[in-house]
Design a protein around this ligand. Structure first.
Ligand SMILES: CC(C)(COP(=O)(O)OP(=O)(O)OC[C@H]1O[C@@H](n2cnc3c(N)ncnc32)[C@H](O)[C@@H]1OP(=O)(O)O)[C@@H](O)C(=O)NCCC(=O)NCCS
Length: 119
């Protein structure tokens, strides 16, 4: 499937959150279902000039409110072990490390994190 088709499908399924400042897209997040029932954040990016201004936190808060409405008790996110900024970000948002995968064809291990959602 093309990247465009993947994104279109995610938008249709309500699995994309976009942060706007006026008409400018300053960040977005896409999540997918792991094993059909566990939400996993697969992509998050905030444009550099807007980083560290609360955009990432707002994107996660928006998605977490939606997941809570859908009845999810927790969700997952992941990042490369060397991405210190992302690890700090996730920790600040209340995620805890639950494991790591290696041999994924990338330079460092992929760290998986879990956050319990308020019911
Ligand atoms: C990781 C990323 C999404 C964070 O988004 P952001 O909008 O900059 O984060 P926020 O401003 O919402 O920060 C929320 C909290 O996370 C922590 N944090 C965020 N960036 C941080 C940094 N560079 N250093 C230390 N802590 C940081 C802080 O505790 C921050 O709260 P504070 O600013 O009140 O102290 C953003 O840096 C990014 O797009 N990075 C490049 C892509 C990437 O690495 N994505 C993740 C892996 S796929």
């Amino acid at each position: 499937m093309s990247e465009k088709a993947v994104l279109e499908q995610a938008i249709e399924g309500g699995r994309v959150a976009v942060a706007l400042e006026g008409k400018e897209v300053v960040g977005y997040l896409r999540w997918e279902w792991l094993w059909d029932h566990i939400p996993l954040c697969v992509f998050v990016r905030v444009r550099p000039p807007h980083q560290r201004t609360g955009v990432g936190r707002a994107l996660y808060a928006r998605v977490e409110a939606d997941l809570t409405r859908r009845g999810c008790e927790f969700w997952l996110s992941s990042t490369e072990e060397t991405n210190d900024r992302s690890l700090r970000f996730h920790r600040a948002l209340g995620f805890r490390l639950i494991g790591a995968l290696s041999d994924l064809g990338q330079d460092s291990r992929e760290i998986f994190m879990r956050k319990d959602l308020a019911q």
